[in-house]
Write a protein that binds this ligand. Structure first.
Ligand code: HEC
Length: 174
C-alpha cells in the first residue's frame, strides 16, 4: 500500500516535469528526492567526479561483436522492453527516460543517444557504452548525475538477447 502511494507520487512527479514546466536546475540524488526535494549542485558534482573515474575501467568489459549482435537483434522487441514495468526494479526504463527527446526526466533523455554514446568513454563503441550503462549504471555517470539512481538489477531481469534488443532499439532513437 505504502509502495503504491510512493509510486503514485513518483508518477505524479514525472507528469509534472513532463508537461513542459521548467525542470529543476539540479538532478535528484535518489528517486525519493526526485519526489520531495532537490539536492545541491555541488554535492552532485563531487560525487560524479569521484565515482566516474574510479570505476569505469573496472567493469566496462571487452567489446562484443556488435555488428553481428545488432544484425541479429530485434529493436521492436527492445522498444516493448523499454516500456515494460519490472516490479524488481520498481520502474520501467520509460519512467525515467524520454525516448523522443533529449530532455531529462529522472535520467537523461535518450533521443540521439547513439551519437552521444560515442563521446562518453574513450575507446569503446556506442553499443558497448549503452550496454554497460544498462548492466552497470554506476560504471560511468553522466555529468551532473549521481550514483545509484538508476536501478542496478536490469542485468538480472533481462535475458542476454533482451539486453541486445534494448541496445538495438536505443541506437535507432534519432
Ligand atoms: C529510476 C530511474 C531510472 C530507470 C528506471 C532507468 N534509468 Fe537509465 N539512467 C538513470 C539515470 C539517473 C542515469 C544517469 C546516471 C548514470 O549515468 O547512471 C541513467 C543513465 C542511462 C543511460 C546512459 C545515458 C547517457 O546519456 O549516457 C542509458 C543508456 C540508460 N540509462 C538506459 C536505461 C534503460 C535501457 C533502462 C531500462 C532497462 C533504464 N535506463 C532505466 C535513471 C534510470
Amino acid at each position: 500500500m505504502r509502495n503504491t502511494l510512493v509510486f503514485a507520487l513518483f508518477v505524479a512527479f514525472l507528469s509534472t516535469v513532463g508537461c513542459g514546466r521548467q525542470l529543476p536546475d539540479v538532478v535528484p540524488t535518489t528517486v525519493a528526492e526526485a519526489v520531495t526535494e532537490v539536492p545541491t549542485a555541488v554535492k552532485a558534482e563531487v560525487t560524479v567526479a569521484a565515482s566516474a573515474t574510479a570505476t569505469i575501467e573496472a567493469t566496462v568489459g571487452a567489446e562484443l561483436d556488435w555488428a553481428t549482435l545488432i544484425a541479429d537483434a530485434d529493436p521492436a522487441h527492445g522498444e516493448v522492453l523499454f516500456g515494460t514495468f519490472y516490479a524488481e526494479a520498481s520502474f520501467a526504463c520509460s519512467n525515467c527516460h524520454n525516448n523522443a527527446s533529449e530532455d531529462r526526466l529522472v535520467g537523461p533523455g535518450l533521443l540521439n543517444i547513439a551519437e552521444r554514446a560515442t563521446t562518453r568513454v574513450d575507446g569503446i563503441s556506442a553499443e558497448q557504452y549503452i550496454f554497460t550503462s544498462i548492466l552497470h549504471p554506476n560504471d560511468y555517470l553522466v555529468e551532473t548525475y549521481v550514483a545509484d539512481l538508476m536501478p542496478k538489477v536490469y542485468g538480472d531481469l533481462l535475458s542476454e538477447q533482451e539486453q541486445y534488443d534494448l541496445v538495438a532499439y536505443l541506437i535507432t532513437l534519432k
